[in-house]
Every structure is written in structure tokens, then in C-alpha cells.
Design a protein around this ligand. Structure first.
Ligand code: SF4
Length: 189
């Protein structure tokens, strides 16, 4: 029997199809038109975010299943890291689940050798009190030449890469209103 080139290709295609079905390879029709190998990904919600650790600001894709983070990987569409992450960024899930994570305010009083757990209400009042005391004690209305400066050199403000633009904008406005002139960001240090 003579077999034309077209017949040969048809037979080859049918044989290959049979081989795939026989070996349990993905069958598009069996999953309502979807390739089963992608179904697992569909059950995991993916959320893009920015790594909280450093000023590089790498993009991450966080896999969430049942309200729990189950995977963290570099975002291939992010222009900063293009899918890569350093070891810290890859272990970012520990920020949420590490048993070592400090979840309450720890305060060590001057001269004390032990930490005490404090409430946020106590802590915020304490911070506000210390800022007010320090500012009042160190406020400089005029410099040595008599020029009005209205500044405080005894307090510094440090921002971090995990702050959003809006948070930093608000913080800088608050710091400037207090007369703070030493504003910095971890990325520049
Ligand atoms: S993944 Fe690493 S380099 Fe990127 S932002 Fe996080 S800590 Fe920085």
C-alpha cells in the first residue's frame, strides 16, 4: 500500500494523540475546556505586592489559599526585579508566620534590665509625650545671626522602604510642622 505524505502526517498525528491520552497527559476537553495542569493555580489566589524588607522595592506575587500565604515569588512583570528575589524576599512569608515575630510593644525603661509588654495606647501616648518634651526643650527660634529658623535639631525622622508614598508624604508634613530638619530614608544610608 502506498502512503502519501499527507496520509503519513495524519497517521502520525493520530498516533501521537493516542499516545498522549494513553499516558494521562493533559486532556483539554476533560476539564471543561481548561488544561488540568493549571487548575491548581486557579485555586490559589495570587496577589501582587512589594517586598517589605529593603529599599530595592522588588515586586512579589503572593499565593494565598484559604486565607493563608502558601507561596511567595518574584513578580516577572515587575520592572525592578523581573521575577527575581533575594533570600530575604523569598522568605517574606515569615513576616506573618514566624513564631519569632514580635507582635506586642516591648518597652525597657531607662536603667531596667528587662522588657515589659505595653499596650499601643500607652506607647503612642509615651511617644507623643517624649516628642513634645524634646521639642519644647530644644526648639530653636532664631539662629546665631538672629535669622528666624523655627527648627528642632534634637529629633530625627527615619523613613523606610515599606512606607507608601502617601504615608511618607504625611510623615514629612508632620515632621516639618514640628520643625524637624533631619529627615532621612534607609535607602540613602
Ligand atoms: S527581595 Fe531582597 S533585594 Fe528585593 S526588596 Fe526584598 S530584601 Fe530587597
Amino acid at each position: 500500500m502506498s502512503v502519501s505524505r499527507r496520509d503519513f502526517l495524519k497517521l502520525g498525528g493520530a498516533a501521537a494523540g493516542g499516545l498522549l491520552l494513553g499516558t494521562g497527559a493533559p486532556n483539554v476537553a476533560s476539564a471543561g475546556g481548561e488544561d488540568p495542569k493549571f487548575l491548581l493555580h486557579k485555586k490559589i489566589g495570587e496577589i501582587t505586592t512589594i517586598c517589605t524588607y529593603c529599599a530595592v522595592g522588588c515586586g512579589q506575587v503572593v499565593g494565598v489559599q484559604g486565607g493563608k500565604v502558601v507561596n511567595v515569588e518574584g513578580d516577572p512583570d515587575h520592572p525592578i526585579n523581573r521575577g527575581t528575589l533575594c533570600s530575604k524576599g523569598a522568605a517574606n512569608w515569615q513576616v506573618i508566620y514566624s513564631p519569632e515575630r514580635v507582635t506586642q510593644v516591648q518597652y525597657r525603661a531607662p536603667g531596667s534590665d528587662k522588657w515589659e509588654t505595653k499596650s499601643w495606647d500607652w506607647t503612642l501616648d509615651r511617644i507623643a509625650q517624649k516628642i513634645k518634651e524634646t521639642r519644647d526643650k530644644n526648639f530653636i527660634a532664631k539662629d546665631k545671626d538672629g535669622a528666624t529658623v523655627n527648627r528642632v535639631e534634637a529629633i530625627a525622622y527615619m523613613g523606610g522602604a515599606q512606607h507608601t508614598n502617601e504615608e511618607v508624604y504625611t510623615w514629612v508634613k508632620a515632621a516639618r510642622a514640628l520643625g524637624i530638619v533631619y529627615l532621612e530614608h534607609q535607602a540613602r544610608i
